[in-house]
Design a protein around this ligand. Sequence first.
Ligand code: ZN
Length: 291
Amino acid sequence: MPELPEAQVIAADLDRALKGSVITGITVWFSKALRPDDAERIPGHVLEGAERLGKMIRFRLSEDLNLVCSLRMTGQFVFGREYEDGPEKDPRTPAARIRDGRAPPLPHARLAFRFKYAPGKEDLGTLFYRDVRKFGRLTLFEGPDFMKFKRDSVARDPFEFDPGAFRELVKSSRKPVKTLLMDQRSISGIGNIYATEILFASGIHPSRPANDLSPKDADRILANSREILKLAVSGGGSTIANFEAPSGKGSFQLFHKVYGKKGENCPVCGRPLSGSKTGGRTSVYCENCQK
Ligand SMILES: [Zn+2]
């Protein structure tokens, strides 16, 4: 599931490729991914930019529309001109096949966005939204509704928190610290992978109640969050299972110290790493180094 670094990389790729382009058409193959009446309102609008919003992607469209994409487990954006059964098996031209919206031209494609590319941009073809598990959602908001959605559902991310406010957040919660870090309404952008790495780097056990931590512990967690997320962005994100940005796979998984390494030796003290469930998600940690 994409977290802050992966969403940031995807948004930057899409912004670079599409900023200023006009969306000329959309095909919906799976109407839960984008409601057909939302889809109908989008063509003709300029895509003014793409940016990260917590772990989500926000497309800014002309006339104050916002298309917000939550990729959930397996959502991906892919540019392409591929076809399920090859153009030779279909008498229509490839472009007509896409226009007709009969068959998703990529396996698991749920949506297709077509563009008139902005002057000077390379024509990358159609942007497909693929989603194997089908949990991802795109939602269209008008300006005021978008502001309300953002206020109610997307908390500050670790780069937006000042240390004092972060100390307050930690002090006010009785949740296990790992659960708090992953709660998008408290702090946005962090999921299981980075919460696991941040708590290892901070020497803090994932099931410690947040309000049991000292202000210094909170400061250390915030500083490590920023450092690890920044490094992960520069590594193109972590490719676990199927993450892939339009520009390709990330490599930060090569630098994970504990995530997915239960039973392997702790890179600091050499003892075997433990694993247990916290808030329904598997935590990996070192009993010796994380208190
Ligand atoms: Zn250790």
